[in-house]
Write a protein that binds this ligand. Structure first.
Ligand code: PMP
Length: 290
């Protein structure tokens, strides 16, 4: 349930309907096999942030699973805009999920002509004035035991959900995942440190992490602002010793991480680099939203 508006209008396979009436089949492959791709696009001032970036990644994710785009980018844009308007979303997000479709349960893919199931809904919530961003995140480290194709944005989110839950139980806000001694990313965001000599370090793109749309935008903005970026893996120890740490994602923008496994990062408060990058990102995203 969305607490901010009583009954949302959602989109299910060509239909706009009240959320209480929206249904998908129990045979949907997204439900049975996590055989579905999703995207989350941020809404700022009633406009979409980096819609084209999300569409490019959507197309890539679908392609990696041998699925095509069920609708054109223009059609998807029109639906996004219609939902934003129908639900009066000023700030928040749109969730979109595309599953391979409905077929009797079978590990083999269904016939090529199976119709994908497209679902979209909005969530209204403050994203700029986030209490967590104001205070800075506390994270715990956990082993990264996700599958080997994290670059594909599938709805197979059980482990990230378990990790986030474990973080909450431990009194933290999120988890940073670690593989072979190196940080991969956060449960639902990319992870960065700022080294003692002021460089911004984040893992390079590979199958190990999601290719964040916010990451790409922040790279451009950071370079324009004169920051030096280094794409390489970093250890937890490097993170403990870092001057700053932060995460990026479509709905958290740039959010400072002030504590990892109980160790204060830098002086344990929001650092100047993440603070500045957050400001620049919000400014640019707001101006460029469409
Ligand atoms: N990594 C993971 C695992 C994520 O789930 C997300 C957000 N969906 C991100 C990174 C950040 O990606 P984006 O900036 O496109 O939201």
């Amino acid at each position: 349930m969305n607490m901010t508006s009583p009954i949302r209008t959602v989109y299910v396979n060509g239909q706009y309907c009240p959320e209480s009436e929206a249904t998908v089949s129990i045979f949907d492959r997204g439900y049975l096999f996590a055989d579905a791709i999703y995207e989350v696009t941020c809404v700022l001032g009633g406009k979409l942030v980096d819609f084209d970036g999300h569409m490019a990644r959507l197309q890539r994710s679908l392609g990696e699973l041998d699925m095509g785009m069920p609708l054109t980018v223009e059609e998807l844009l029109a639906i996004h805009r219609k939902l934003v308007a129908a639900n009066n979303v000023v700030e928040g997000l749109i969730y979109m999920q595309i599953s391979r479709g409905v077929a009797d349960r079978d590990f083999n893919f269904p016939p090529e002509d199976t119709r994908p199931v497209v679902v979209m809904f909005t969530q209204s919530r403050p994203v700029i004035e986030s209490p967590l961003a104001k205070r800075g995140l506390k994270v715990i480290s956990l082993p990264d035991i996700r599958w080997g194709r994290r670059d594909i944005k599938t709805v197979q989110l059980l482990y990230p959900s378990i990790a986030k839950n474990a973080a909450y139980k431990a009194g933290a806000d999120d988890a940073w995942l670690v593989q072979d001694g190196y940080v991969t990313e956060a449960s639902s965001a990319n992870a960065y440190i700022v080294t003692s000599d002021g460089k911004i370090v984040t893992r390079k793109l590979s199958f190990d992490i999601l290719h964040g749309i916010t990451r790409a935008a922040v790279f451009t903005l950071a370079a324009e602002s004169g920051y030096i970026l280094e794409e390489r893996s970093f250890t937890l120890q490097e993170a403990f010793d870092a001057r700053e740490a932060f995460i990026t994602s479509a709905t958290s923008f740039v959010t400072s991480v002030v504590e990892i496994d109980g160790v204060a990062i830098g002086d344990g408060t929001i650092g100047p680099v993440s603070k500045r990058l957050r400001e620049i990102y919000i400014e640019r995203a707001t101006a460029a939203a469409s």
